[in-house]
Design a protein around this ligand. Structure first.
Ligand code: ZN
Length: 137
């Protein structure tokens, strides 16, 4: 636990939250500023700043919980769909620096827009970018 970390304090129940799920490794609670009602944050209990720092063991535990919570939200709230999002680094919108996955219910006509600024590749750029990424994996 990191003393200055808001989510560590929520996991330790030093700060109240609206819990929707908890197990040995994960804690899920409602986002205080939801995109839609039921917008949930799933956090690993072990502190890590972001995706780059999460242990593979923790990630393998988180993935099925993402699915479980997403299905529960969809069912409980009669949502029409679910967005899964994780913001890593400030430029990507990360505000709290304890890894967390947003599970966001979507409703017909909710007006939430994403993928703003989608662009096209220039001639040959796509192959170049794919090669660049694949070389460092
Ligand atoms: Zn933390």
């Amino acid at each position: 636990m990191i003393d200055t970390c808001l989510f560590c304090k929520i996991i330790a129940k030093e700060i109240p939250s609206s819990k929707v799920y908890e197990d040995e490794h994960c804690y899920a609670f409602l986002d205080l500023h939801p995109i839609n009602i039921g917008h949930t944050l799933l956090v690993p209990k072990e502190h890590s700043t972001n995706l780059y720092e999460i242990g593979d063991d923790t990630l393998s535990v988180l993935a099925p919980v993402v699915k479980k919570v997403a299905i529960a939200i969809k069912s409980a709230l009669n949502a029409n769909g679910i967005n899964i999002e994780m913001n890593n680094d400030p430029i990507a919108g990360q505000i709290i620096f304890h890894s967390h996955i947003h599970i966001i219910p979507r409703f017909q006509g909710d007006g939430f827009k994403h993928w703003h600024g989608a662009r096209d590749y220039h001639e040959g750029e796509m192959e170049e970018v794919a090669k660049k990424i694949s070389l460092v994996i």
